[in-house]
Design a binder for this molecule. Structure first.
Ligand code: AMP
Ligand code: ZN
Length: 475
């Protein structure tokens, strides 16, 4: 499988450190509010990546953190903790907020068929691990104490900007965010590992540490949680593209300084879902415009699977523009797809050669940097293929392990609904007349057939001749 690696800026053949277990880490949600569908785009594409690896035979262990402390309003270590903001908004405690929005996040994931990672670890569970890593970084001279906080010293690194050659002046944290610079920092890119002092004093969650009572910085949690569950060598680290800098850049800085060797081989970044309501494209956010959640889509009558298809139809390394018209198109495409599958009959034996050739196209799409839009095309190729329906159904069920669009269950549900509708509208008198008309037509008694048609018409029944036989409906 070829994957684009943000760290090398190239597509590379994915080769795990140990093929008997692929180690995958995902930055989890900050649970101060519902996830918007942009956040969920990232989780959908990461889910596809994990399933594509499993589909190709790799066992995978995937770990995700839940950020319930330390993510400040600005990624530049300033502002209030997002969790505290959420708690104040809802007059609840931080832990109540964390529990509520963690559950809400996984409920959304369930609706979108996003598999739960093997390990889910709340950041507040790993305080000892943070204290240990920060102590080692201090011992190694990679960190320093200033104004009560512990900072990572970026001047100790050979290379800090790993993902992009940022213009230092433009992108330096603080300058970039338009916020006041922290005068404790020796270098402008230095970041906080452990806070005991910040501009706001009412941080709800605090723990004792060798540097005083305080709380961890946001970046340290992902390094420690990853190492706790996946060890010192990571195969793939995933996240949204906005996490590349400074979050992932800082994760690499501290992890490799702590370990003394390379940490993660592949960096997988999903680009953003943007919004466009006719007044220009802008990044989706929780505070701007309509707060788009899975529940809102459902309230408006959309099947969450339509949103999943919408995401799969575009490549993860392109920004995707959301508007209602685009979602309507995906919803219509999904309904059509399910209807076509519902019309297949599970008859005959699976043709192994035909199945393999269909599968090859699907695997080829995934192998080319997780090209999900081509993988969706491979689904349509199945429907058009010249093989029997049993082979088609087997291929669709196989592909849906990765796509997770509920293709077969949704088609079965549609078949059931159609059968129920037919049964509900059954009318023996009309059925008898329709059968008599069919018999008359067969006997070439067209005058009688037309008479029966007129009789039915007078009863308000319309006859529809289809290749599958004559159907009727009340008009
Ligand atoms: P957060 O809950 O803010 O920590 O973000 C959760 C995930 O969503 C992170 O991986 C972000 O990079 C990602 N993300 C944030 N905004 C967007 C967006 N508009 N489109 C896609 N992913 C996003
Ligand atoms: Zn992270």
């Amino acid at each position: 499988m070829y994957l684009y690696n943000s760290a090398t800026h190239k597509k590379e053949l994915f080769t795990p450190n140990d093929p008997s277990l692929v180690k995958m880490y995902t930055c989890g949600p900050t649970v101060y509010h519902y996830a918007h569908i942009g956040n969920l785009r990232t989780y959908i594409m990461e889910d596809v990546l994990e399933k594509a690896l499993r589909y190709q035979g790799y066992p995978v262990k995937r770990v995700m953190n839940i950020t319930d402390v330390g993510h400040l309003a600005s990624d530049a270590d300033t502002g209030e903790d997002k969790m505290l903001k959420g708690a104040r908004r809802e007059h609840k405690t931080v832990m109540e907020i964390a529990k509520y929005y963690t559950d809400a996040f996984f409920a959304d994931c369930d609706k979108l068929n996003i598999k739960r990672p093997d390990v889910v670890e709340p950041a507040t569970n790993c305080i000892d691990e943070y204290i240990h890593m920060v102590s080692v970084l201090l011992e190694k001279g990679k960190a320093y104490l200033a104004g009560g906080n512990v900072y990572f010293d970026t001047s100790t690194l050979e290379k800090y900007y790993v993902f992009n050659d940022h213009d230092e002046e433009d992108l330096a944290v603080g300058v970039r965010e338009g916020v006041e610079e922290d005068t404790n920092k020796r270098n402008k890119n230095d970041f906080v590992l452990w806070f005991t002092k910040s501009k706001f004093e009412d941080q709800a969650l605090k723990w004792d540490s060798p540097w005083g009572v305080g709380y961890p910085g946001w970046h340290i949690e992902c390094s420690c949680i990853s190492m706790k569950h996946l060890g010192d060598d990571l195969d793939i680290h995933c996240g949204g593209i906005d996490n590349a800098f400074p979050h992932h850049t800082n994760e690499i800085a501290q992890s490799e300084s702590y370990l003394g060797h390379k940490w993660c081989n592949y960096w997988f970044h999903v680009h953003h879902l943007n919004v466009d309501y006719g007044d220009g494209v802008s990044k989706m956010s929780k505070s701007k415009g309509e707060f788009l959640t899975v529940s809102l889509l459902e309230e408006k009558g959309y099947d969450p699977m339509a949103y999943r298809l919408f995401c799969l139809q575009s490549h993860y390394r392109r920004n995707l523009v959301f508007n209602w018209e685009n979602l309507d198109n995906a919803a219509a495409a999904y309904q059509k797809l399910v209807a076509k599958i519902a019309a297949l009959k599970p008859e005959g034996e699976v043709d192994a050669a035909a199945f393999d050739s269909l599968k090859q196209r699907f695997v080829g799409a995934l192998d080319g940097d997780l090209n999900t839009s081509l993988a969706v095309t491979a689904v349509y190729d199945v429907l058009k293929a010249k093989c029997n329906d049993a082979t088609k159904l087997a291929a669709l069920a196989d592909f849906d392990y990765v796509l997770s669009l509920n293709l077969i269950p949704a088609a079965q549900a549609l078949q059931k609904k159609q059968a129920q509708e037919e049964a509900a509208s059954a009318d023996p008198e009309i059925d008898a007349l329709v059968a008599a008309r069919t018999a008359a037509k067969k006997a070439k008694n067209f005058a009688e057939a037309d008479r029966i048609r007129d009789e039915l018409k007078a009863m308000g029944v319309e006859i529809i001749d289809t290749p599958q036989g004559t159907k009727w409906r009340k008009v």
